[in-house]
Design a protein around this ligand. Structure first.
Ligand code: PXP
Length: 244
């Protein structure tokens, strides 16, 4: 069964709109946990636009389910990760101007510095994943630097699905790449996760990818929760994944 990590960054986005203390990120995480989330994911961005350092510490103290920290490989954020010791981290590229993480990491190009970061985090007992595009060369680079896992950036998959309902050549080519990457990850003993842009529609087709361990889904769940409440939004996504 593919697991569900719920990304709750946008609970903090609402709170930061007023720089207030509601809605509580910890309360949201506890609702997700109760509704069946297998892990809670947060992205501690360098610009701290939503999640704050204190949220990460509070979550670690408060939740029973796993904590997954998305982060860039910078000294400041690595220091927080080494202090908090989340169950896992996902190393992501980060640009100040972007609305969300726009692409995957170029692990192949930045092997030396990323190997150093992976080594520090793994020595602290943290599972280390790399957020990459569906690209075989990136899988091989992740394996060479000793990463435990990869998370496939499904942004292109989601965009092509939305544009053409999964019928275009672009969509079929992207999905084929994801299938190839899934095989290569298994060959290299890398755990396989996926995330970005997954929603109640496109997640069903993604469930067909072999070897997938976990989806990390945020925006679509939080957006739906405005109308249904967070508990139902998480439960509905969990049901779809279990059916898939
Ligand atoms: N996985 C990673 C590595 C991400 O950076 C994000 C966005 O923060 C997600 C998953 C979740 O993407 P979405 O919010 O589009 O579901």
């Amino acid at each position: 069964m593919i697991k569900l990590g719920v990304n709750i960054d946008h609970i903090a986005t609402i709170r930061q709109a007023r720089k207030d203390d509601i809605p509580s990120v910890v309360d949201a995480a506890l609702v997700c946990q109760k509704a069946g989330a297998d892990s809670i994911t947060v992205h501690l961005r360098e610009d701290k636009r939503h999640i704050q350092d204190s949220d990460v510490y509070d979550l670690k103290k408060s939740i029973k389910t796993k904590l997954n920290l998305e982060m860039s490989a910078t000294d400041e954020i690595i220091k927080v990760a080494l202090n908090v010791k989340p169950d896992s981290v996902c190393i992501v590229p980060e640009k100040r101007q972007e609305l969300t993480t726009e692409g995957g990491l170029d692990v192949k190009k930045n092997k030396k510095s990323l190997a150093n970061c992976v080594d520090k985090l793994k020595k602290a007992g943290i599972i280390v994943s790399m957020f990459i595009e569906a690209d075989i060369d990136q899988i091989l680079a992740c394996s060479q630097i000793g990463a435990d896992a990869v998370e496939i950036h499904t942004g292109r998959y989601a965009r092509f699905y939305k544009e053409n309902g999964g019928n275009s050549l672009d969509f079929r080519e992207e999905f084929k790449k994801i299938l190839e990457v899934s095989q290569e990850a298994a060959k290299n003993n890398l755990l396989l996760n996926a995330g970005h842009g997954l929603d109640y529609d496109n997640v069903k087709h993604m469930c067909k990818v072999p070897n997938l361990k976990e989806f990390n889904i945020g925006f679509s769940i939080i957006a739906k929760s405005v109308f249904t409440g967070l508990r139902t939004a998480v439960k509905d996504m969990k049901k779809l994944i279990n059916k898939g």
